[in-house]
Design a protein around this ligand. Structure first.
Ligand SMILES: NC(=O)C1=CN([C@@H]2O[C@H](COP(=O)(O)OP(=O)(O)OC[C@H]3O[C@@H](n4cnc5c(N)ncnc54)[C@H](O)[C@@H]3O)[C@@H](O)[C@H]2O)C=CC1
Ligand SMILES: N[C@@H](CC=O)C(=O)O
Length: 390
């Protein structure tokens, strides 16, 4: 899989130029004042959380924390890649993200954990809304220490097999729960369904579908009439892409989701066992995020040729993930006929077709929006609330 610059670099490039981020920052019309999210309103039976990542998804979660559904949750810390805040009065700020950027303390995970410990609340949760690999590498340790982890970050479960195994060992210790609904399908009930099937003794035979909201958005529309780069800029503006969109275009993000699902189904696949087709031309792979974003039009010619070839055969292009019964995993661009289920998707739709020992004549299909700030933040909130049975 191709390496892309760290999310922090991507964030630096994006700050100040992201309408979704700006809308979330200023609070939408339906958001109550953050001052109304009184941190002291939660007693010891509530939930204390720290939020890592205040970007598109983290920003949407901050907004949800100001709704009645989150009344039992106390935010005791929030951080971006460089700064953080643990002061209750400042955490209640309506402009929390700007507050952290302008006046936050330097990043220090220990201070965030100390804020959780000092909360007096029994259920302590670390919410990871970053794409940061180093933070993901801490998930197992945090679980071992009794902090629940709720994550949109796929880098641990969908990374190296050693990381997955460390995660399994940490959750098996039973000290804390791992909320991972947001890591696949942006909260569509895919992992929960797979776990339930396995719990009933069913077994996954094959898996196929569209696992990327941004690539779905792109290829559902792309017919060559509007440049691919224009559509990609739209997907990024709407908050569907990864911090660096090359993580989507390279197939890396899709491969991570396929690995997460395959591993949950009992296939011990390593990251390098997924065959990945990258849509990022060689010349654009080693650049900074900023430089890549300036050269987006270089994506257009190769993809225009691919879509024209497909059209000649009466087909459309879809970025598919596939796992067969022998554990062979591949993600890449496929020409499919208009009758193919993946040819009939809309917007950011994801589609997961699971064939199992008991769903073996027709697959069990889960479909729906698979990217976007609100749905992803809701998946995080749902996993947090599930910790107290809400
Ligand atoms: N955007 C979407 O539709 C979905 C996103 N996700 C996942 O959510 C995560 C976040 O995505 P976005 O919000 O779109 O990205 P973003 O780039 O808007 O935000 C990332 C945030 O993480 C922060 N960050 C980076 N390193 C950090 C560190 N060491 N400590 C604290 N904060 C750090 C950045 O400062 C930034 O605030 C990614 O893992 C992504 O794969 C999952 C499902 C859907
Ligand atoms: N960038 C991802 C967001 C969710 O994981 C995607 O496009 O699916």
């Amino acid at each position: 899989m191709s390496a892309v610059p760290d999310a922090e670099v991507a964030e630096a490039a994006a700050v100040g130029a992201h309408p979704v981020r700006d809308r979330l920052l200023s609070g939408g019309v339906e958001e109550r004042s953050r001052t109304g999210c009184a941190p002291t309103a939660v007693d010891a039976s509530g939930i204390a959380i720290v939020l890592l990542g205040t970007g598109v998804v983290g920003g949407a979660l901050l907004k949800l924390l100001c709704t009645p559904a989150a009344a039992r949750i106390r935010l005791v810390g929030a951080a971006n890649s460089k700064r953080q805040q643990t002061d209750p009065a400042k955490l209640a700020s309506r402009q929390l993200r700007e507050q952290i950027r302008a006046e936050g303390d330097p990043r220090d995970n220990a201070a965030l954990l100390a804020a959780l410990d000092a909360s007096g609340v029994a259920v302590k949760v670390i919410v990871d809304a970053t794409a940061n690999v180093s933070l993901a590498a801490r998930h197992a340790e945090w679980l071992e220490r009794g902090y629940h982890v709720v994550t949109a970050n796929k880098a641990l479960a969908g990374g190296e097999l050693t990381g997955w195994r460390a995660l399994q060992a940490a959750t098996a210790s039973g000290r804390a729960h791992y909320g991972d609904a947001a890591t696949v399908g942006a909260g569509l009930p895919v992992l929960s369904t797979l776990r339930r099937l396995r719990g009933c003794g069913d077994a996954l035979l094959t898996l196929e579908g569209v696992f990327s909201g941004s690539l779905s958005y792109l290829f559902n529309q792309y017919d060559g009439s509007v440049p691919f780069s224009t559509l990609l800029a739209d997907a990024r503006r709407l908050g569907y892409t990864e911090p660096d969109p090359r993580s989507d275009l390279s197939g890396e993000d899709v491969a991570r989701k396929l690995l997460i699902l395959a591993r949950h189904a009992g296939f011990s696949l390593n990251a390098d066992e997924v065959e990945v087709e990258s849509l990022v031309p060689e010349a654009l792979r080693g650049l900074s995020t900023e430089a890549f974003l300036e050269r987006l039009p270089e994506l257009d010619a190769p993809l225009a040729a691919r879509v024209a070839e497909a059209r000649e055969r009466g087909h459309v292009l879809r970025y598919l993930a596939r796992l067969n019964q022998r554990g062979h995993a591949r993600v890449g661009l496929v020409e499919v006929p208009p009758t193919h289920p993946a040819a009939r998707l809309y917007g950011t739709d994801n589609q997961f077709a699971l064939t199992t020992t008991r769903y073996n004549t027709q697959p069990l299909v889960i479909q729906g929006p698979g990217a976007g700030p609100e749905v992803t933040a809701q998946a995080l909130l749902g996993d947090v609330l599930a910790l107290v049975g809400a």
